[in-house]
Design a protein around this ligand. Structure first.
Ligand SMILES: Cc1cc2nc3c(=O)[nH]c(=O)nc-3n(C[C@H](O)[C@H](O)[C@H](O)COP(=O)(O)OP(=O)(O)OC[C@H]3O[C@@H](n4cnc5c(N)ncnc54)[C@H](O)[C@@H]3O)c2cc1C
Length: 495
């Protein structure tokens, strides 16, 4: 339910896992608002896995030079700032992918087209009216564009129905967090600013004019822009056009205001991410201020975490308790990310400075790629991944580190739809072929083995979402005896 970035990504991930799904979206089209623009490294790795990375990069090509930050009294007076998000730097040593800037109103149609091409059943213009979970299935009452009302019965429902999630409300799931943290107006406008921007392209430009303190955001780098300004009750489109001229420093700028929407940045995290057969994902589960550019990214990563678990449970190859690990893993991360985003300053000149409220600021790259779930569908071994720097060394519950295995080949590319056993010894290959749902991939690279804490006889078991499920530093006496028990422990979701 919901055809925003999170619902559309869920459709792609479920399709990749071969899970038949129906997506129901009440709007006739994808979102006309450009809101989310930063698609981070980790999300791009997920798109890479499902062969969507090239399409997203192509859609982002127009903004390839717009990575920087700037600040000044007006746009024409702004100077580039040297500081950027660590994750924005090309980081070939930590990922096979690159982050990109691709506005939501550009990206959603790309994901929609890919999912449709691949056979997903996407129903735009369909509104969910009612949902009933009877313990064996979920029945959604849906009104189609012609006003006809019908029912869709499914084994599970992902509610990616946005911050005001009607499903979350209906389930009576409360939210916690810091609450509302401010008020803002997003002024989406068209104006040709290419001459003013050429040679000093920016992603975000902080406008310090006393009459319009605001942030100018690039949408397509030429004609479409977003001004995030303080609300001005009663100001009409003509008034906002004048504000845009002041903020840009171009008094005769030809401006067309497309929309001016009030919104409130805040932190609201659902106390539970699931109830029975219904799972909350994306903004339905966690709302956070945009200062870490993490809202949509965290949501897309939610449904990537959920898709493989649903695939296993629906195919009858894992117990339902595997799905309980969604709450344990993603609630922890949703809260942590929303809290970190809330402690960030909106002032570009103070990025990276410790928050004034005592919240410890984690390293942004570690928060993005280097976290380790506290519990869930893996076998812990007592090793801990740090959050003050990226320190991925094969800890169970953390992401498999990127290791280059060829010109455009990463260790992450070895991970398939099942559980993937990575190791060099033949005994593991035999053990994997005797264990249903486990694929063996040979990695004959001592440097890789050392980097993830195993010897030449050891192995790593990796989940389809790249999370390490089990680390075995040296081979046990009989791997074929050990492996089925480990797989059962992982799929029980109770590590
Ligand atoms: C100014 C701004 C900048 C941002 N920048 C970034 C960024 O750079 N990076 C980032 O990751 N995030 C960013 N975000 C956050 C990001 O926009 C959101 O986190 C993200 O769009 C949430 O996606 P979603 O799919 O969960 O929800 P939505 O996009 O809200 O989608 C929910 C969908 O559910 C549908 N729906 C609701 N009820 C029903 C119903 N009854 N029947 C059928 N359909 C229904 C709605 O129509 C809607 O399409 C930003 C946000 C703002 C405001």
């Amino acid at each position: 339910m919901g055809g925003g970035l999170v619902g559309l990504s869920a459709a792609l991930f479920l399709e990749w896992h071969g899970v038949p799904a129906v997506l129901v979206e009440k709007r006739d089209t994808t979102s006309p608002q450009p809101k989310a623009r930063r698609i981070n490294l980790r999300t791009m790795e997920l798109f890479r896995q499902v062969n969507a990375e090239a399409d997203v990069m192509a859609a982002a090509a127009a903004l390839a030079d717009f990575e920087g930050m700037a600040a000044g009294r007006t746009l024409v007076e702004a100077e580039p700032l040297s500081w950027g998000h660590g994750e924005d730097d090309p980081a070939p040593e930590i990922s096979p992918s690159d982050s990109c800037l691709c506005a939501q109103d550009t990206l959603e149609p790309v994901l929609r087209a890919l999912a449709t091409e691949r056979g997903a059943d996407l129903r735009f213009g369909h509104r969910v009216l009612e949902v009933v979970d009877d313990g064996t299935s979920v029945t959604s009452t849906v009104r189609d564009p012609d006003g006809r009302v019908g029912a869709i019965r499914a084994r599970y429902l992902i509610a990616a129905d946005g911050a005001h999630s009607p499903i979350r409300e209906r389930l009576g799931i409360a939210r916690s967090g810091r609450g509302t943290l401010g008020r803002s107006t997003n002024v989406y406008f068209e104006a040709d600013l290419s001459a003013q921007v050429r040679g000093r392209e920016f992603n975000l430009c902080q406008i310090e004019h006393p009459e319009v303190p605001s942030m100018l955001l690039t949408v397509d780098g030429v004609r479409r822009w977003l001004l995030m300004a303080d609300p001005a009750p009663g100001r009409d489109h003509a008034g906002w056009a004048r504000a845009v001229r002041t903020a840009t420093g171009v008094p005769d700028l030809d401006v067309r205001i497309l929309s001016a929407l009030d919104w409130e940045p805040g932190m609201f995290v659902a106390d539970r991410f699931s109830a029975g057969r219904i799972f909350l994902a994306g903004d339905a589960a966690h709302v956070m201020p945009p200062y870490l550019a993490a809202g949509a990214n965290t949501g897309i990563q939610d449904v990537h975490n959920l898709a493989w678990k649903l695939a296993r449970v629906v195919s009858g190859t894992a117990p339902r308790s595997l799905l309980d690990s969604y709450q344990v893993e993603r609630h922890w991360l949703g809260w942590l990310t929303a809290d970190q985003a809330s402690a960030q300053t909106a002032n570009l000149r103070q990025l990276g400075v410790e928050s004034g409220d005592g919240t410890p600021s984690h390293d942004p790259v570690a928060l993005l790629m280097g976290y380790q779930y506290p519990a869930g569908a893996f076998v812990p071994d007592g090793s801990l991944a740090p959050l003050d720097r990226l320190g991925l060394t094969g800890q169970p519950g953390s992401r498999l580190p990127h290791h280059r295995l060829g010109p455009d080949r990463s260790a992450l590319d070895l991970v398939g739809r099942g559980l993937t056993l990575l190791g060099a010894s033949d005994t593991w290959e035999r053990a994997a072929s005797a264990t249903p749902g486990v694929e063996h991939r040979r990695v004959d690279d001592p440097a890789w083995a050392a980097s993830v804490g195993i010897t030449g006889t050891g192995a790593l078991l990796v989940r389809p979402d790249h999370v390490i499920a089990w680390r075995c530093p040296t081979a046990p006496r009989d791997p074929a005896d050990t492996l089925p028990d480990v797989v059962a422990a992982v799929l029980s979701g109770r590590g």
